[in-house]
Design a protein around this ligand. Structure first.
Ligand code: ATP
Ligand code: MG
Length: 340
């Protein structure tokens, strides 16, 4: 079937909720912000949690609902990782914006007497820049509210975090994900069979942006009927047989074989973090290894995942996980030498 010709607008933007009440699955923050719309009271906010769960969407929606399209530009400053947010910007642009007093205007929107500064991906700001923000936040708290958004709350310095109401955004459940996907399918005239819908919801692992992106990519490539297999092919999920081969090599106790499979993963260009995540699923579901063995392996997987986020070498991390999984499954001693 011919690929669909549609507007070039990304569906993640097209279907981004414009109102706080339409943000799915984040009930607590929706409740608090609905109250903000009624009372105009708003503390500084810190939204954190995994990608594609609605953090940016929620901040943009509340800012828009508070000020409306006319005032938005004057009252809301949005800065994300692609903007410079180093210490100089904090001292100049943010401070200047924060300092200007505003009145309360009524134009059919609450228009409270403060401005909003949205610092998206705030966990990529340097500690110096975050420290410089402390004073600005305090000095101008009467006329400015800060919204910090990040994936890793541990990378926000405590003095900033402690000044905010914190909300953790949860990964979306497969059920909620399926509902949103079905809605988009209806709007876009797509036909997704139940198997494809469930594959998409599970591949996305709680990240709705990912699900919507794969869906749009799938529609562009395969047309209005998209099968489960086609969705998997566009999703970057590592083929099951590749991960199974790695796992079998671990079970074999043969280091050379495990090394060969690890090298194959790297040579094929599969993302190692994705391989680890799929390996994790296999290990957790495996019923012929003990809980003790599983927990040893999971600990290693978690360590490797953290190292990858910090920029470690993919091959070395994969090899480390592989050899430790082998050690756990084959009950090899800690000091086991593969050459012996
Ligand atoms: N809770 C949600 N309710 C409704 N739609 C959502 C939700 N979460 C994500 N989406 C959809 O996914 C897209 C991306 O969401 P958003 O930009 O808010 O994610 P995020 O949490 O800021 O992610 P990141 O940490 O990667 O910046 C939105 O445009 C929207 O279509
Ligand atoms: Mg975001």
């Amino acid at each position: 079937m011919a690929p669909l010709l549609r507007s070039s607008q990304p569906w993640v933007e097209k279907y981004r909720p414009r109102q706080v009440k339409d943000v799915a699955h984040q009930d607590e923050v929706v409740r608090v912000l609905t109250n903000t719309l009624e009372t105009a009271n708003c503390p500084h906010m810190l939204f954190y949690g995994p990608p594609g769960t609605g953090k940016t969407t929620t901040a943009l929606a509340i800012a828009y609902q508070l000020f409306g399209p006319e005032l938005y530009k004057k009252r809301v400053l949005e800065l994300n990782a692609s903007d410079d947010r180093g210490i100089n910007v904090v001292r100049t642009k943010i401070k200047d914006f924060a300092a200007v007093a505003v009145g309360s205007v009524h134009q059919g929107y609450p228009c409270p007497p403060y401005k909003i500064i949205i610092l998206d991906e705030a966990d990529s700001m340097t500690e110096d820049a975050q420290n410089a923000l402390r004073r600005t936040m305090e000095t101008y708290s009467k006329v400015t509210r800060f919204f910090f958004i990040c994936n890793y709350i541990s990378r926000i310095i405590e003095p900033l975090a402690s000044r905010c109401a914190k909300f953790r955004f949860k990964p979306l459940t497969e059920e909620i994900m399926s509902k949103r996907i079905l809605h988009i399918c209806q709007e876009e005239g797509l036909n997704l069979d139940p198997e494809a819908l469930s594959s998409l919801s599970s591949i996305a692992q709680g990240d709705l942006r990912r699900a919507i992106t794969y869906l749009q990519y799938g529609a562009r490539t395969f047309g209005s009927y998209i099968s489960s297999r086609e969705l998997i092919s566009v999703s970057g999920v590592v083929p099951e047989e590749v991960v199974q081969a790695l796992y079998s090599a671990c079970r074999s106790g043969n280091f050379d074989l495990a090394d060969k499979e690890a090298k194959n993963v790297i040579a094929e260009g599969y993302p190692v973090s994705q391989v680890l995540s799929q390996l994790f699923d296999i290990i957790v579901q495996s019923d012929d290894i003990t809980d003790e063995q599983k927990s040893r392996i999971c600990k290693k997987l978690a360590e490797a995942d953290k190292c990858l986020v910090d920029g470690a070498d993919e091959y070395l991390q994969l090899l480390d996980v592989t050899s430790n999984t082998m050690r756990a499954i084959c009950n090899l001693p800690e000091q086991f030498s593969y050459e012996s």
